[in-house]
Design a protein around this ligand. Structure first.
Ligand code: URA
Ligand code: SF4
Length: 193
């Protein structure tokens, strides 16, 4: 099966998914978006209000910040892939639960299998935690304030990858100082590309 067909199959599964309770309150699931041959995949947390309405990732305030950050290193959205740990919005944007993450991440895993990115940039703590555990970096986990913008090399059965933990772009919407840190960290990504 080609990559597009495989991703469509995952999309169909997500649209009818009832593996956790979040299907009951979602308007639309947010599968993810971008190039299936992207060198870099950004992994966010979960859809928010606008993402749930539109069925697309990062289309609210945090999305505006993400667009600016991508632009700052000359990248367009269609050159990268953007996904989330959870595909459905938690009510009132509450944190994902352990059960929800356990139920949903087979989809993210499948997406990463298809795309095989060289670089995975995590956005926020839930993404960092899941991706670090998945790639055997458990012992390297630390506060995001300590490890943001650092590059963690991992080798997998399908090749070497680099994991780069980043602050969630939403932090820049309530703390403008964080924008600078994100811009600096994106320069690190630019060097890897
Ligand atoms: N925050 C996220 O983590 N993901 C989105 O898609 C939007 C906001
Ligand atoms: Fe299924 Fe994930 Fe949505 Fe839960 S959040 S219903 S596991 S797609």
């Amino acid at each position: 099966m080609g990559h597009e067909a495989e991703m469509e199959r995952i999309e169909e599964r997500i649209k009818t998914c009832k593996r956790c309770e979040l299907w009951k309150t979602r308007t639309n699931p947010v599968v993810g978006e971008g190039s299936l041959s992207a060198k870099i995949v950004f992994v966010g947390e979960a859809p928010g209000y606008y993402e749930d309405l539109k069925g697309e990732p990062f289309v609210g305030k945090a999305g505006k910040v993400l667009d600016e950050l991508l632009e700052s290193i000359g990248l367009q959205r269609n050159e990268v892939y953007i996904a989330n740990v959870l595909k459905c919005r938690p009510p009132d944007n509450r944190n994902p639960t352990t059960e929800e993450i356990r139920a949903c991440t087979l989809y993210l895993d499948a997406q990463l299998e298809i795309i095989q990115p060289e670089i995975i940039a995590t956005l926020g703590n839930f993404s960092l935690s899941y991706i670090f555990d998945k790639f055997g970096l458990h012992s390297k986990k630390d506060k995001i304030s300590k490890i943001h913008g650092k590059v963690f090399a991992v080798s997998t059965i399908s090749g070497n990858k680099k994991i780069v933990p980043l602050y969630h772009p939403a932090v820049a919407t309530y703390n403008p100082n964080m924008k600078g840190a994100l811009i600096e960290d994106f320069k690190v990504l630019a060097k890897l590309l």
